[in-house]
Every structure is written in C-alpha cells, then in structure tokens.
Design a protein around this ligand. Structure first.
Ligand code: IPE
Ligand code: IPE
Ligand code: MG
Length: 263
C-alpha cells in the first residue's frame, strides 16, 4: 500500500464535491466481480452479469451527466472465451438485451455507441445488436459509450503492427514514418481522436491488474481500484473515483507545478 492511499481513504469519507473543470474526459472501467457478487447472493454467476448490465445503464447516464466525453467499458476480453460455454453464451446475448431496452435512452441523452474489439468473431446476433446500436446512435454528438467487446490489448497492438507493415509493403509509408502518432492511428481507439487515451482507469472488485486492457493507451492514465463488485457500483462510487483522480497530480514526466496542496 502506498502512502497516498491514506489520503485517498480520507477523501472517501468526505462529502463528494467534484471540480467541474477537472472531470476526466475519458474514463475506462474494467467491470469486474459480477460472478463473486452473484455467489455472495447465492445466485448463479450469470445473475451477476444480468445485474451488471443494469448498472451499465445507470453509470452511462451518470458519466454523461458529469460531462465525460468517452466512457470505455470492458465487457468481454479475448481471454473470456475460456469460460464455460453457458456463461459465454449468456454474455453474448447481453448486448442484444441491453440495446433493445436502452437505445431510446441513449438517443434521449445524445450518447453515441462505439465498439473496440474483434466484433467479426462474435455470434451473428451479437454483431447485429452492436451494429444496429452504432447505426441508431451515429448522429449523436454527446458522450461516446465505447464497449470493449472481444477486446485484447496485445492483439490490438499486433493487429496495428500488421496494418502498418502492410502500408510499408504497399509503399504508402516508410518504416521510419512509423511514430507514436501513426501507431495510435493503427489502433482500435483511433476513431476517438484526442480522447483515445483514458485519463482515469477504474477497476472494480478489488483486483489490481489490467487483464490485457488498453495496454498502449494507459501509458499515463491514473488508476483507481475500488472494492465494490461491478453490480454494486453506483454513481456515488464513480464520483468517489473521480474525486480521487482530482486529488492526484499528473506530471506526464515533467515537474510538479506550483500546487502545494497536490502530491
Ligand atoms: C466481470 O465479472 C464480467 C466479465 C468479465 C464478463 P466476472 O465475471 O469476471 O466476475 P468475477 O471476477 O468472476 O467475480
Ligand atoms: C477482465 O476481467 C475482463 C472484463 C472485465 C471484461 P476478468 O475477470 O476476465 O479478468 P481476470 O481473469 O480476473 O484477470
Ligand atoms: Mg473477473
């Protein structure tokens, strides 16, 4: 445990007052703990995923209301195929259930749906649900709700490298033209433009690891780990995480500015 955790625990117990000028523009969340939440309620694991889907709706609205520009939610990793077929099957039906009930709210809140991940490897009905939602919200200009679905950070980097190698082979670019900007443009987050990199990364359920999420993009993200399982995550927990974020001082390799109250 680091010293600044104590400061953060104190921040926990105070009333949550956020600085509206310092809302993280891109928040990425590793929604973890659905299975453990269900087990704690003597329910099957999939009941945790079902409840988790409802929480996604609440948190999407809360983030949009706070002025967040991009909310990226890790919904299914390239490694989650290792789970039992029944659980994977349930998870693949969730996008359909989610968008069937929630697209009108997304439109009412001017929220646009985007997806990162290997969508073409998903069952046809999952692809259809996702593509419909993207099309139905395409004209919305507010927050981007960005689902990471069949997403893996390492695969994404490999795919990006392949794309750049192909551009070299086609004579479109030279190897020395490959720089960080061009590499970012070859990744799945390229369409998020200036918001491609998360400012704040949250993981629920007390686990403190990345599990192959946004490896390139999190180079300078602030990490906040919360103990709540995803089905217990609320807008208050989100605000608490943002408050912790606002108590941090991002330096990006430079020196601290003259803010004596910041670490
Ligand atoms: C997160 O909850 C949802 C997905 C990974 C799809 P988990 O299903 O990982 O729940 P735990 O971590 O086993 O409790
Ligand atoms: C990460 O959670 C993936 C998602 C939240 C979709 P996992 O539960 O799959 O991660 P590990 O296996 O505990 O690292
Ligand atoms: Mg998990």
């Amino acid at each position: 445990m680091f010293f600044n955790d104590r400061h953060e625990e104190r921040a926990d117990k105070q009333a949550i007052e956020l600085d509206g000028q310092q809302i993280p523009q891109h928040i990425a969340i590793i929604m973890d703990g659905n299975g453990r939440w269900a087990k704690g309620q003597n329910l099957p694991r999939v009941a945790g995923h079902q409840r988790g889907m409802e929480v996604v709706k609440d948190i999407t609205k809360a983030a949009s209301d706070l002025g967040v520009k991009v909310l990226t939610l890790y919904a299914f990793s390239t490694e989650n195929w290792k789970r039992p077929e029944t659980e994977v099957g349930f998870l693949m039906k969730l996008p359909g259930k989610f968008f069937d009930t929630f697209v009108p709210d997304l439109i009412a809140n001017n929220i646009r749906v985007n997806v990162i991940g290997y969508v073409d490897q998903l069952p046809a009905y999952t692809q259809k649900a996702v593509k419909n939602a993207i099309a139905q919200t395409a004209n919305n200009t507010g927050m981007v709700l960005n689902f990471a679905l069949n997403y893996g950070g390492r695969s994404e980097i490999v795919s990006g490298a392949q794309e750049l190698a192909q551009q070299v082979l086609n004579g479109e670019i030279k190897p020395e033209d490959i720089d960080e900007t061009r590499f970012s443009q070859a990744l799945m987050t390229a369409s998020l433009n200036k918001y491609a990199d998360p400012d704040l990364l949250i993981r629920t359920s007390g686990e403190e690891r990345l599990s192959n999420f946004l490896l390139w993009q999190i180079a300078y993200s602030e990490f906040v780990f919360v103990d709540e399982h995803w089905p217990d995550f609320t807008s208050e927990v989100l605000k608490r995480a943002i408050m912790i974020y606002q108590s941090r001082h991002r330096r990006f390799g430079g020196l601290a500015e003259n803010k004596s109250d910041k670490k």
